[in-house]
Ligand binder design. Structure first.
Ligand code: ADP
Ligand code: ZN
Ligand code: ZN
Length: 733
């Protein structure tokens, strides 16, 4: 047995770090990786930690202190789990501690140290009047943690002990789980649907590959019934005694999905995991997972790090969504990449599903013979026809130059028929910039090199990057004229215009501003689902997942907006958004229609989205990617150097690029590891920091990561310069 344990601690001011501690003899046969432990730390006294490794030697000649206590004998993770995290750290050119910090919530330790005994009512017999009152409360509560019981009954530990001696209550050590799904109270389980012929074929094809550890792509048009195929595969997997991890791109979709799963497979076996579940729930679910008591875990991105055991299938729905990638803080991981490795560890398949797959996922699936397709909607429901409204012709007659006549007519017909409308405008706020009509000055955030955006509801100009707010100025800060005008269109303006046009109908808006109130956007979507909202205006948040058979009209106010970003993925993102939002129409018995308003009707990605033709889009896009060596033909690693001092940021970026190029030349791999830049980022300044980027096109796969990691390890950054590394960045703005 080893002499020292490596303890992961979270120190105020220092962050998460590891230190070595001496293992006392009496702990030698008990201590395990993944246990929560108590260790002394300087003036802070005893602090909570995780045991993450062992060694017989200390890195330096220091005297290690002793571990004080093992807080919880049940480990919270295993060695295999740590191995996965090590791989993630290497892939993302970061360190294990950073990954551990994201994967294993440190708060878990605090919960572990507080695992409480539970009290349960037995009998009223033997007791005084006050005791009976206390017992009645416990009887009402059912089995409960002691502290909770103590509070609720306004009693003391001494009284409780007495009641235990009298035999009126039983105190047990078993864990009392909090299952967030309990509130669903699902009375009857739903049977699985009989699959259609097309679904059956796809299902059987996937089934044959399911134990090969490969990544499979299910490309199925919107409403083709992908979810039912997943359910059948899940059913098979849990019947074979294995567990399923099922990821959705965001919390709202994950909770919708969890409800559906619980209805089909029972609340007992299903759990949910995402960043917003309470710490108590997180601890409980973690424990259950660790004891292999959960069969299906549904969740958002971070669920890929939940310690689900014995995995037989991983499903990632809407796999093209950028929400699977964490952008900040590090580790900037992509749940799809981690899931692929996780599937390898478990020798099971990773099943990706989408109506508009990521170009790289599709490319890989085609070339590995792992592509399955559902080309028609379930029950042969028609994919709604798309009308492209050329705003060069229709703009002048449009309401406030924004809502065209044909779209207005369609909205009127739809709401009069008691059907529902979705209007997409992919910018939140009222307008998109504020400009002086006299001198042309655009009001920018003082911290970031981007325009401030007018929010009519709050009567404030807001920066969408750093949240800086300002009142609307009386005069232009440049020329002092009073000709400031809000231009461009955001969700709040559309909401206002639609309310003006349709005063007798119920209009609501969903964007991230309404999410300020917790759960508000989920409530709005549920009201929409129940038919209480006639017209829903919103950002891309309303483009996904909604399966509302009464929606027969989808209007995109400005289809061009999504294509206009200076990023190699702009066309892909725009195509995906338009196709997805179009897919919300006509999912039920009524056929639907879709309107794209645009100033650029001939753009190829718009044309493909109009005909909902993924292959056509893919075939054009993949040629451009190959020509410019963009993913999937290379992998992008992005370094950002930032500083409050513009000159210092640029100089350090140049230095690093030069050193990197020299090392690449020395190894003779200039063809396989291409360095671009440094250049100022598209957004040159965020939060007062000037930003320069170096893009690396890596064609060496994991060897490239090792190379970059070892290069970065040799570099010490001056204190006024910040460097961030993003492997497979989702944008390069
Ligand atoms: P997707 O995930 O591809 O967008 P869904 O799985 O949500 O599509 O299916 C679209 C609609 O068709 C849903 O309302 C679903 O309940 C229904 N559906 C799909 N497959 C079947 C089936 N085999 N039997 C009955 N209804 C089905
Ligand atoms: Zn001016
Ligand atoms: Zn700002």
């Amino acid at each position: 047995m080893s002499k020292y344990a490596l303890a992961l601690v979270n120190i105020k001011g220092l962050g998460v770090k590891t230190f070595s501690y001496l293992i006392p003899d009496e702990m030698k046969d008990k201590i395990q990786i993944g246990q929560a432990i108590l260790v002394p730390f300087g003036r802070q006294g005893l602090i909570n930690a995780f045991c993450v490794g062992f060694s017989d030697y200390l890195p330096e000649e220091i005297r290690a202190k002793k571990i004080n206590k093992i807080l919880d004998e049940n480990p919270l993770f295993s060695i295999e789990y740590l191995k996965l995290l090590e791989w993630v750290a290497n892939y993302y050119c970061t360190d294990l501690v950073t990954v551990l910090n994201a994967a294993v919530p440190m708060k878990l330790i605090e919960k572990a140290s507080k695992v409480e005994q539970a009290a349960e009512f037995v009998t009223f017999e033997g007791a005084s009047k006050r005791q009976i009152e206390v017992l009645e409360i416990l009887k009402e509560m059912g089995k409960s943690p002691l502290i909770v019981f103590e509070k609720m009954a306004k009693t003391t530990r001494a009284t409780i002990k007495k009641l235990e001696i009298l035999g009126c209550i039983k105190i047990t050590n078993e864990d009392v789980y909090r299952n967030p799904l309990d509130i669903l109270r699902i009375s009857e389980r739903e049977a699985l649907f009989e699959l259609s012929g097309d679904q059956q074929k796809v299902y059987e094809g996937i089934k044959k590959k399911i134990t090969t550890g490969s990544t499979i792509l299910l490309h199925g048009v919107t409403a083709s019934g992908k979810t039912e195929v997943y359910f059948k595969l899940i059913d098979d997997t849990i019947k074979s005694g294995k567990n399923v991890l099922f990821l959705a791109p965001e919390i709202a979709l994950a909770s919708q999905l969890t409800k559906r799963l619980a209805k089909k497979f029972g609340t007992e076996d299903v759990a949910i995991w995402h960043s917003s579940i309470s710490e108590g729930e997180r601890y409980d679910v973690w424990q259950k997972l660790y004891k292999d008591e959960i069969k299906i875990l549904a969740g958002a991105r971070s669920a890929v790090f939940a310690p689900l055991k014995n995995i037989g299938l991983i499903i990632i729905d809407e796999e093209h969504e950028s929400a699977y990638k964490q952008t900040n803080p590090a580790p900037r991981y992509d749940a799809r990449v981690v899931a692929r490795k996780l599937a390898e560890f478990h020798h099971c398949s990773l099943l990706l599903g989408s109506a508009t797959p990521d170009i790289s996922s599709y490319y890989k699936a085609v070339n590995s013979n792992n592509l399955f397709e559902l080309k028609k909607r379930f029950n042969d429901a028609k994919v709604p026809p798309v009308k492209v409204i050329n705003m060069q012709e229709h703009g002048r007659a449009a309401y406030r130059s924004i809502i065209s006549k044909p779209l207005q007519t369609a909205i009127t017909q739809t709401v009069e028929a008691h059907q529902q409308v979705i209007l997409l405008i992919n910018r939140r706020g009222f307008s998109t910039y504020t400009q002086c009509q006299a001198c042309g000055h655009v009001i920018e955030c003082p911290n970031c090199a981007i325009p401030m955006i007018w929010h009519a509801k709050d009567k404030l100009l807001k920066c969408h990057y750093c949240n800086h707010v300002e009142p609307f100025p009386d005069t232009c800060p440049e020329c002092y004229s009073d000709a400031l005008k809000n231009s461009g269109t955001g969700t709040q303006k559309i909401e206002m215009l639609i309310k003006e046009l349709y005063p007798d109908y119920n209009v609501e808006r969903v964007d991230s501003d309404v999410m300020v109130r917790k759960g508000e956007h989920i409530r709005l979507l549920e009201r929409f689902q129940r038919g209480e909202i006639d017209i829903l205006v919103g950002t891309q948040m309303i483009a996904k997942g909604l399966d509302n058979p009464n929606v027969t009209l989808v209007g995109v106010i400005s289809a061009d907006a999504s294509f206009n970003l200076p990023d190699f993925r702009a066309s892909e993102r725009g195509f995906q958004l338009l196709t997805q939002v179009a897919g919300r129409a006509g999912r039920g018995e009524f056929s639907g229609s879709v309107f794209f308003q645009t100033y650029n009707p001939d753009y190829y990605a718009l044309e493909s989205a109009k005909s909902q033709n993924y292959e056509e889009f893919y075939n054009t896009e993949i040629v451009a990617r190959e020509e410019f060596d963009y993913p999937p033909f290379s992998q992008i690693i992005r370094l950002i150097l930032s500083s409050e001092n513009n000159f210092r940021a640029e100089k350090s970026a140049q230095e690093i690029a030069l050193r990197l190029c020299t090392m690449i030349e020395k190894y003779g791999i200039t063809e396989r590891l291409e360095v671009l830049g440094p250049t100022p980022c598209v957004i040159e300044r965020i939060n007062g920091m000037y930003r320069f980027q170096i893009l690396i096109k890596n064609k060496l796969e994991e060897k490239g990561h090792n190379f970059i990691s070892s290069f970065l390890n040799k570099i010490t950054m001056p204190r006024d310069i910040k460097m961030s590394i993003d492997v497979d960045p989702i944008d390069i703005l």
